[in-house]
Design a protein. Structure first.
Length: 258
């Protein structure tokens, strides 16, 4: 039998090369490309997170720390607060972020206006670069008067509107109207403990600290322009009793501010 006459069953066919060759290992270039892709993805996530946090801070919530005792015992030195900026109408930035380039600023519509009794954060009128926190005592058109340390708004005790449990008086002495040693606003309006009556002008608020005898407030420097108001104090999210970050006041964490 010649070779040409061999039956088909005797023919041996080569196996598929794809089944016999080992899988290709990724090249150095491909591995580098994948690594760069992962790095870019992580960078994008971080960028989106920062953008989200920035939007929250500008329009909704901002954190502040209490540095002095003027709002004791409602707020204590070392309290860290969240402030609701949305409720009074948040403002867009007046500068391009991370630059000093001025841009037009706009204010969103307010859900409501500040009211007597609200604890507010605002730009300090004598120095707008500094933020202050006080209690709004009266709004535009209302009349404020203090008699022997008791605050009256439109002839009624402020306690009829709000009676803060943390209200504090450190000085047992009552300063007569004509014996005040501190400067008051407006001039000749009285003393720390016997003040007014003073009518709050349009577009402004009258603010006082809950630590009435140790607060530098509207009695001394005047009214708060409405456009200086940043937001309403919402809650204490962290609190330490000293510079030691481990000296934590656990009972104050999560406390709503009234």
């Amino acid at each position: 039998m010649s070779i040409n006459e061999l039956p088909d069953s005797s023919l041996v066919l080569p196996m598929n090369s794809e089944e016999t060759s080992p899988p290709d290992k990724p090249s150095i270039a491909e591995a580098s490309k994948k690594e760069k892709s992962k790095t870019l993805e992580l960078f994008q996530i971080a960028l989106y997170a920062l953008l989200f946090a920035y939007i929250i801070r500008i329009f909704f919530l901002q954190a502040f720390k209490i540095p002095t005792g003027s709002m004791e015992n409602t707020l204590l030195v070392g309290d860290l607060l969240l402030v609701n900026k949305f409720v009074y109408g948040a403002k867009t930035p007046d500068k391009i972020p991370f630059t000093e380039i001025k841009i037009p600023q706009y204010q969103l519509p307010a859900l409501r206006e500040p009211r007597s009794g609200d604890v507010i954060v605002f730009k300090f009128p004598p120095d707008p670069l500094v933020d202050y926190i006080k209690r709004c005592v009266a709004v535009a058109g209302q009349t404020v008067e203090i008699k022997n340390k008791i605050v009256y708004v439109d002839g009624a005790p402020l306690s009829d509107i709000v009676d803060p449990p943390g209200l504090k008086y450190e000085d047992p002495d009552i300063i007569p109207r004509d014996k005040g040693y501190e400067t008051v606003f407006p001039k000749n309006a009285g003393s720390r403990d016997n003040y007014g009556p003073v009518k709050v002008p349009e577009g402004t608020l009258f603010a006082m600290g809950d630590n009435r005898d140790r607060s530098y407030d509207s009695r001394q420097w005047g009214f708060v322009p409405r456009e200086y108001v940043i937001g309403k104090a919402l809650m204490v999210y962290w609190s330490t009793a000293s510079d030691d970050n481990f000296d934590i006041r656990w009972s104050r964490i999560g406390m709503m501010i009234e």
